[in-house]
Design a protein around this ligand. Structure first.
Ligand code: NAG
Ligand code: NAG
Ligand code: NAG
Ligand code: NAG
Ligand code: NAG
Ligand code: NAG
Ligand code: NAG
Ligand code: NAG
Ligand code: NAG
Ligand code: NAG
Length: 417
């Protein structure tokens, strides 16, 4: 069947890349049963933030249980900031295209999938769209980046974020997603880290919403997450980057200080005024600096130091409610489609830095996720060599993207070509 496909937007004339993309906002009307964590105070300072991480990482302590006082329904209409891409030259006549919904992890936003660094040489979207003919929808998770923020403790939690993902997916399927006038019959969910957990939760709760799932930077082994959050040296986001994560009005304070102490010559080469301020309230936390980011995400020797600094400049925070609700996952999935787990060999949070050191007969730590998917048509756990948790930031990232697309193509989940 030949399905007309027209984007109700004026195309980006003269776009330098082959893909055609548009950024827009998706209002979602959602509700979820969230946790109420009234036995813990939202950290207000960096001292509180470190105290929180000490509590979170104490052996034998269950901070979530300590903090939990009950459950409550949270509902609202939230804005989700999205980027939709299609292969160039095909916008009017895509035949039965397949869309990949891309959910980023902690520390990033949707740009994780379409990194502009080195002229898009690390772009997952470029590989999926230009080389394999997929459509992609990447979005900022609820609470993060240009999507609606919210109360970082009792509102921005995994259950509500999964509902946002479900709403976006239903709109893609029923043809009501703003800007995209097409009802997709095939939707693939690709997630990284926290985004993989949400993609897993979505497809376990609503198995019919997905035709295939790719869980990157993922395993079911929670032994090592403490290393990740300790190594992050979490700070209050709006204290760590006061201009970018705080309010642009903080610029006046900095400018007065610089002028007053005649530091103008020293700092003039620096761009002090932020391009954009995110206005995160207290309770949104971020890694301290580029060194903590390296520890969390990158394998030494296998990344361009420049991309580390790019990552630090464009990083995004995590809400305390996201950390406390991370375990709200169905124990098993009835999903019947294909499942690819795709994790870097030296992933820190999900493998403790060595995915192959299992101490058992299991071929890798991510491979044990097979037990969650008894009815998957295909299950594969692939270990991407010489790669840490932040897969897309490594030199060999694009070879990994091709591995993922080839897996999908082999499952009859090709796009229109
Ligand atoms: C949002 O959803 C609720 C519950 O389904 C419904 O009562 C309400 O009318 C919806 N709001 C809008 C603006 O669609
Ligand atoms: C940390 O735990 C102590 C008790 O051990 C508690 O008094 C404090 O409120 C907790 N603080 C945070 C931020 O978790
Ligand atoms: C969503 O965006 C619209 C249009 O910019 C704005 O009016 C509305 O207040 C936003 N809603 C939220 C929850 O941020
Ligand atoms: C894409 O669509 C726009 C408007 O619908 C049209 O002007 C343009 O020529 C189309 N481009 C291609 C390559 O089909
Ligand atoms: C659209 O979103 C992408 C991904 O976040 C970003 O890199 C790009 O700069 C945005 N483009 C515009 C025109 O805002
Ligand atoms: C882009 O990546 C390829 C390998 O994927 C590499 O050979 C090439 O040098 C890179 N180009 C730039 C500008 O970094
Ligand atoms: C499409 O899905 C959205 C999200 O679930 C829902 O709000 C809307 O009513 C649906 N529209 C149609 C025409 O089915
Ligand atoms: C798997 O499929 C079998 C047979 O259809 C069914 O009995 C079983 O409940 C399913 N298990 C899960 C976890 O979906
Ligand atoms: C997690 O992985 C470590 C290292 O392979 C292993 O010792 C431990 O038993 C695993 N834990 C679970 C719950 O699988
Ligand atoms: C790059 O990634 C591909 C796909 O996983 C893999 O086959 C290849 O061995 C990797 N190359 C290096 C040098 O790690």
């Amino acid at each position: 069947m030949h399905v007309p496909f027209v984007l109700s937007l004026s195309l980006l004339a003269g776009s330098v890349t082959a893909k055609t993309c548009h950024n827009f906002t998706i209002p979602v009307n959602i509700s979820s049963r969230n946790f109420v964590f009234n036995n813990i105070a939202t950290p207000q300072t960096n001292l509180d933030t470190t105290t929180f991480v000490q509590n979170l990482t104490t052996q034998g302590r269950n901070l979530v249980a300590d903090a939990l006082t009950g459950y409550a329904t949270v509902a609202g209409i939230y804005n989700i900031s999205a980027q939709f891409c299609i292969p160039s030259g095909t916008n009017a006549t895509l035949k039965n295209p397949t869309v990949q919904v891309l959910t980023h992890g902690v520390g990033f936003d949707k740009a994780y999938w379409d990194l502009p660094y080195n002229n898009y040489n690390y772009s997952y979207v470029d590989t999926a769209v230009d080389q394999y003919g997929y459509c992609t929808l990447a979005y900022d998770r609820l609470g993060i980046g240009r999507s609606s923020h919210g109360d970082p403790k009792n509102e921005i939690q995994l259950p509500l974020e999964v509902q946002a993902l479900a709403a976006i997916t239903r709109m893609l399927r029923n043809g009501t997603l703003p800007t995209v006038n097409h009802a997709f019959s095939k939707v693939i969910h690709v997630g990284h880290s926290y985004g993989a957990l949400q993609s897993y939760a979505l497809t376990a709760m609503y198995p019919d919403l997905s035709d295939g799932i790719v869980l990157t930077g993922y395993s079911t082994n929670g032994t090592f997450t403490g290393l990740f959050f300790a190594g992050a040296n979490l700070q209050q986001a709006n204290l760590n980057q006061p201009l970018r994560f705080g309010s642009a009005s903080n610029y006046g304070v900095f400018k007065a200080f610089v002028d007053n102490f005649a530091l103008v010559d020293l700092v003039t080469p620096l761009q002090m005024a932020p391009v954009e301020s995110f206005n995160y309230v207290n309770g949104y936390m971020t890694n301290a600096n580029a060194n903590s980011q390296q520890y969390m995400f990158l394998q030494p020797g296998y990344f361009d130091p420049g991309i580390l600094y790019y990552g630090e400049q464009t990083k995004q925070p995590v809400a305390i409610g996201e950390l406390l609700s991370v375990g709200a996952l169905p124990a098993m999935s009835t999903f019947k489609g294909p499942v690819l787990v795709f994790t870097g060999s030296t992933d820190l949070p999900f493998c403790g830095g060595d995915c192959l050191n299992t101490g058992t007969s299991a071929p890798s730590i991510p491979a044990t996720a097979r037990a969650l998917f008894p009815n998957a048509s295909v299950f594969e756990a692939y270990i991407q060599p010489n790669t840490g948790h932040g897969l897309n930031f490594h030199y060999n990232a694009t070879a990994g993207y091709r591995y993922i697309q080839d897996f999908l193509m082999a499952q009859n989940l090709e796009s229109m070509r």
